[in-house]
Write a protein that binds this ligand. Sequence first.
Ligand code: GLN
Length: 308
Amino acid sequence: TAEAPAISEKTLNSILEKNRTYYTQGKVADYIPELGKMDAKAIAFSVVDKNGKVYNTGDVSKKFTMQSISKIIALMIAVTERGEANVFDKMGYFGSDKPFNHFSNLETTGKPLNPMMNAGAILTTSLISGDGDKPFLKVLDMVRFITKNPTIEYSKSVYESEKATGHRNRGMFYLMKNNGLISGNEDQLDNYFRQCSIELTAEDLAKIGYFFANQCVRFDGDTTYKNAEIAKLIESQMLTAGMYEFSGEYSRTVGLPSKSGVGGGITVSVPGKMGIGVFSPSLDQHGNSLAGYHMILDMVKQFGLSIF
Ligand code: GLN
């Protein structure tokens, strides 16, 4: 296999500057009112190379909520606790041509399409053991571990904003309860809202990308959670559903397991090699960061990173 190419902050910065103005073509998410307050012009780009070395450019200290990127962490924990067969007995491995908040397939097969769309992710979080907010705290602890950043917290204001306006997610939660997939109370939905509100930086996202790219080994070589099969599962879900209904086209143009969130972040795993984290809160119609996508695209072209 080819060595990971040499990277420099200068190269990353020229990619960032080339794509900076894409924010004007998208829109900051405001269906969660608190998210609408984000600075549309903020932009950051981080890479962790094969050796765990970090490269940062742009608004590197800017924090944003991880939103749907938390779904891969919750999936890792649920599968570790219950086994893959138990989790995927309740949901599918399917891709989708529907947006992230679609009810598919709760009204037909009765089960969510995959753990990357909201329905499957809400179910996944409900499958993590523990009462009250314990499942959320497990997700938070895992994010802190993977990033080696114990200062990571969640945003109470974003959490409260999601809880107050997330009626569609609440609808999915109760439909899955009706279908016999969810047994607990609304605390379990709260844990999903809380995990979406975890705040981090592009560098933290690059470290998460690195972790799943390298069999769940941390960027500093810590092997506490090393598990090639779980990494493969997460990467395959990222590839087929991580960018929602854009995942197919994204596989063609970028060709890397990636997960986006409506906070404007995208985490990318370059299998066996590096992690990439991007941030720009202006989104395309699918809910994926627009400048983020274009920075990833340029990075992939310049360094030949597609898995295909
Ligand atoms: N918290 C968001 C929601 O449930 C997450 C969606 C996303 O990032 N795509 O609507």
